[in-house]
Design a protein around this ligand. Sequence first.
Ligand SMILES: CNc1nc2cc(C(=O)NN)ccc2[nH]1
Ligand SMILES: [Zn+2]
Length: 373
Amino acid sequence: MAITYELIKTCKQTGARLGKVHTPHGSFETPMFMPVGTLATVKTMSPEELEQMGAQIILSNTYHLWLRPGEDIIQEAGGLHNFMNWNGSILTDSGGFQVFSLSDLRKIEEEGVHFRNHISGEKLFLSPEKAMHIQNALGPDIMMAFDECPPYPAEHKYMKDSVERTSRWAERCLEAHQRPHDQGLFGIIQGGEYEDLRRQSAQDLTSMDFPGYAIGGLSVGEPKDVMNRVLEFTTPLMPDQKPRYLMGVGSPDSLIDGSIRGVDMFDCVLPTRIARNGTLMTSEGRLVVRNAKFARDFRPIDENCDCHTCRNYSRAYIRHLVKANETFGFRLTTYHNLYFLLNLMRQVREAIREDRLGDFRDEFFEQYGFNKP
Ligand SMILES: CNc1nc2cc(C(=O)NN)ccc2[nH]1
Ligand SMILES: [Zn+2]
């Protein structure tokens, strides 16, 4: 069975929608945040802990797994689910973003992209066909088309050529897709900040009938109001009976603002990455637990959080572990940050059910300390 989307209801106060995505490894309600497990692990978390905190779909990176351990080993293990013992859904990206963000030495041709391994420097080549071959071997529930994620800002002429090549590459990905029945392939809409190019990209891709669509090329350094403007004119161009996935977005305010503009799925390394340097997301804003003021603070990280970390450990203890570079400290901070975002999405879904996501946004922004528009 492939990927299907069920639109449950639209928020009467905003453009947000409550939905459900069905995959071969289970269904999940949307809007939903996907923890990132780049190398077939959400760093420091066990699959049991991910399940316990309410994660239902995680992301893994094709580029990284191709280099290490190699898709052949994962295929021999029976695919990513078996290899990492995760029974929920998995989405793999295509490597498009890594090629353009990790490797500066690259040459883009019609056939594909020549670049260097960001670790060893060896010459590499990725094409739509190669990216599909690797993802078919990894065996996720959802795969992403191979595209170009251009830098921000980019000239309109460059972006137009890039969008047209990305559309040709999307066609080639569909051609090369080996397992359409048990692996959904999402197309990626590009076009940068240009409304005419986002429209052209959306028209090209929606004419190819993918089971879901992503909005790429954002969260690449553009101001938040540019992202929000691009979402405002892009989501209405996307089919409303299919999932809409905004790639690389995961700060609390962007998750809420993206949901309000009709986005259903999000992923970002932010919560796990900042956890590893002791920065916590709390309902009152960010908390840097290394700060000396927490040395004798025996309250939980967030008094409004009921996660495992906040129910059992204090700021003073976590500060001590983080300063001593104790692994357990980073497990506690990671668990809390992921729980915080998964719980935020639960509250967003609840607010959509009750047609009050606009009010929720104002309350959350006020308490978290985000400046209101
Ligand atoms: C962290 N920011 C961020 N932007 C992204 C864009 C893409 C994309 O356009 N892929 N084709 C993927 C991941 C991203 N992560
Ligand atoms: Zn917590």
